[in-house]
Design a protein around this ligand. Structure first.
Ligand code: SF4
Ligand code: SF4
Length: 314
């Protein structure tokens, strides 16, 4: 007797067991939304993120990432914690850090869980298959596949919004050659709302779903290397790593669920910290706090640059 085929329901059940809050499956198809990426790049909105240009061919065609791919298993993991939103804070000396970066590095944590899911799939599937797992690092437009997997729609602020979970979620995906049963795509529920466009401090959301990354505080504080211009220094305000404003104002996050997962709880070094305290920390202290944190991308030098800029405008 042959073993039963690996089913979508079994994968989703295993995903829940491994700590994922949501799991959906999309066809590994040439979805029309994938093509917008080239237009966006051509508009110069990617700034100095040259890796996006280098990987563009793969980003618009998932078959170039995993040849023969049939399905994309997309997971979502809530990282929201009980801390107040930055928009609720009126202290200009409080260092604002994007919520996703407060705890452990999601690449490591979610990556480990995805690899565990993939290992289980390989053990369980009677047929061999090819697959790759990514957490934000692969040449994949994961938000498009998240929408087609029914995880959530891409909001006007460009974040994936789950009707049940909001947008404080880490996405992860396994692209595989298995012909799994797919989910219905999510439906756009932004409606006539424009709160995120109106609230963006730097007017980086040019139109619904069109983000000029070069104006976005996340880009300026994380991706941009070297010195910030005076206008950029002023623009970042008290944000020293990323920005959450366009998600904080979103009605779908008004009652967003919180995670009890120790991985996402704020590290002591960043929890409610003020700019002066941060500026007085030694390089060794900052380096120790960045160890295993998603904020290590900025490195000590980048963090110091951002803190100095924030102090200027405080
Ligand atoms: S992250 Fe901040 S700066 Fe970037 S688009 Fe959202 S509100 Fe604007
Ligand atoms: S704030 Fe409004 S327009 Fe923006 S993503 Fe949320 S629902 Fe959509």
């Amino acid at each position: 007797m042959t073993a039963p085929l690996l089913r979508a329901a079994a994968i989703k059940s295993k995903a829940r067991e491994l700590g994922f809050d949501l799991c959906g499956i999309a066809p590994a198809a040439a979805h029309p939304e994938l093509n917008f990426f080239r237009e966006w790049l051509a508009g110069g909105y990617g700034g100095t993120m040259t890796y996006l240009h280098r990987s563009a061919r793969k980003r618009v065609d998932i078959q170039k990432v995993v040849p023969g791919a049939r399905t994309v298993i997309v997971t979502a993991t809530v990282y929201n914690t009980e801390r107040p939103y930055s928009t609720e804070c009126d202290d200009p000396m409080r260092a604002q850090i994007a919520r996703y970066a407060w705890g452990d590095d999601y690449h490591d944590v979610i990556g480990g869980r995805l690899e565990a899911l993939l290992a289980w799939m390989r053990e369980t599937s009677p047929e061999p298959f090819d697959a790759r797992a990514y957490v934000d690092t692969g040449p994949v437009q994961e938000r498009v596949f998240a929408q087609h997997a029914g995880v959530g729609w891409i909001g006007k602020n460009t974040c994936v919004i789950s009707p049940a979970l909001g947008s404080w979620i880490f996405l992860g995906e396994i692209i595989c050659t298995l012909p799994l049963e797919v989910d219905a795509p999510s439906v756009d529920q932004c409606g006539t709302c424009t709160l995120c466009l109106d609230a963006c401090p730097t007017h980086a959301i040019l139109a619904p779903g069109v983000l000029d990354a070069t104006r976005c505080i996340s880009y300026l504080t994380i991706e941009k290397r070297g010195q910030l211009t005076p206008a950029e220094r002023e623009a970042i305000g008290s944000h020293i790593y990323g920005c959450d404003v366009c998600q904080e104002v979103c009605p779908w996050n008004a009652a967003a669920p919180r995670s009890e997962d120790p991985a996402w709880q704020p590290r002591k070094a960043w929890d409610g910290v003020d700019l002066l305290t941060l500026s007085r920390r030694s390089d060794d202290e900052l380096a120790a706090a960045l160890e295993g944190s998603a904020m290590r991308r900025a490195e000590v030098r980048g963090l110091r640059r951002n803190v100095a800029a924030a102090l200027e405008s405080a």
